[in-house]
Design a binder for this molecule. Structure first.
Ligand code: G3H
Ligand code: 13P
Ligand code: ZN
Length: 361
């Protein structure tokens, strides 16, 4: 089966009322593990690559790994999504590489650090919607700046993406009225909202309460823009047993809390459809490798410990997919390709604002 546009999976998830994990990948073992997990429970999958991941893997390797995944698992509907595209160039190069969905994160300027103006965000996102929808590729935008309400700042800035310095409450909590205007003017298929989650392992200094993890805001936004799929970034749960395993085997991670699974499930009921998870897989992989090294100091074949890491990711991904309600839904997803989606956008099936605007000379 060819890779499918994000919108196809999220439309189906809305119809059946479940959420879909979007897992970040950087290497072959992660892609293999996600597909093995999806195949075990017949779940649709979203695989996403950040700019850093594309640089690390090299686009050609990544493209061929995804083609291999599609060939080996023809019954699993899958999406390849650009995570946090910081500029039109990054999104367009992703489309050229065969990505079926792109995030144009115009909440920050193209340095990936400076919070942008609202008008910049609208203009740059609209531009990418026009380009992407012309070829049937889905677009995720971001309104508000993903970051911690506890620290009033963005989370970890690996590979340089994330606001720098202090952020205001207005930036850290997406405004529902502005979301209505943003979706109307840009025509995005999905919208990442700021509700207090942040990237990385150190999201909260204790179990989060409703003042720092504002799930109610999702419901408010969803009611106003029910046709636009909401996305929750920074959704790793930071399992305590993984932190302990890492630290017991030579690691030195600080105590930290993530987003409890029950809160993610509440967010799904409130209207979230795409849930971004990266850190949990990093922790699972690190815990498996650290444990293996300590228990087998004589071992030097990378396959031995990478296999442990792959199994750990498979287990974690399967658990998340089950928790988000994806089980069994691979069969029901309509096989609508990017080519077909391009016709649908052009014919106004998704509304006038999602139609690519024609350039007039
Ligand atoms: O956006 C955050 C994701 O976890 C990707 O992280 O930029 O280090 O690949 P990365
Ligand atoms: P985590 O760091 O919580 O896994 O979030 C990942 C993410 O939002 C990628 O865009
Ligand atoms: Zn993110």
């Amino acid at each position: 089966m060819p890779l499918l546009p994000l919108r196809v999976l999220l439309d189906y998830a809305r119809e059946k009322q479940f959420g879909i994990a979007a897992f970040n990948v950087n290497n072959m073992e992660q892609i293999q593990a996600i597909l093995e997990a999806a195949n075990e429970i017949m779940a649709p999958v979203i695989i996403q690559a950040s700019r850093g991941a594309r640089k690390y893997t090299n686009d050609v390797f990544l493209r061929h790994l995804m083609l291999a995944a599609a060939e080996l698992y023809p019954n699993i509907p899958m999406v390849l999504h650009q995570d946090h595209g910081n500029s039109p160039e990054v999104c367009i190069s992703a489309i050229r590489q065969g990505f079926t969905s792109v995030m144009m994160d115009g909440s920050l300027e193209d340095d990936g650090k400076t919070p942008s103006s609202y008008e910049y965000n609208v203009a740059v996102t609209r531009y990418i919607v026009d380009v992407a929808h012309t070829v049937g590729v889905s677009v995720e935008g971001e309104l508000g700046t993903i970051g911690s309400l506890e620290h009033m700042a963005a989370g970890e800035q690996e590979e340089g993406h994330g606001a720098v310095g202090k952020l205001t409450l207005t930036q850290l909590l997406t405004d529902p009225d502005q979301a209505v205007d943003f979706v109307k003017r840009t025509g995005v298929d999905a919208l990442a909202v700021a509700i207090g989650t942040s990237h990385g392992a150190y999201k909260f200094s204790k179990q989060p309460t409703s003042d720092v993890l504002v799930i109610d805001r999702i419901l408010e936004i969803h009611k106003r823009i029910p046709d636009c799929h909401l996305v929750m970034h920074g959704s790793s749960s930071v399992p305590q047993d993984l932190l302990m395993t890492i630290n017991r085997h030579g690691g030195a991670l600080r105590q930290a809390w993530g987003v409890p699974i029950t809160e993610i499930q509440r967010a799904i009921r409130a209207g979230v459809r795409k849930i971004n998870v990266d850190t949990d897989n990093r922790l699972a992989m690190t815990a498996a490798i650290r444990t293996y090294f300590q228990e087998h100091p004589e071992e030097y074949d990378p396959r031995s410990y990478l296999q442990e890491a792959r199994n750990a990711i498979r287990r974690l991904c399967r658990e998340r997919m089950e928790q988000f309600g994806q089980t069994g839904h691979a069969v029901g997803i309509p096989r609508i390709t990017c080519e077909e989606m391009a016709k649908r956008y052009a014919n106004g099936v998704y509304g006038e604002n999602a139609k690519p605007q024609k350039i007039r000379g």
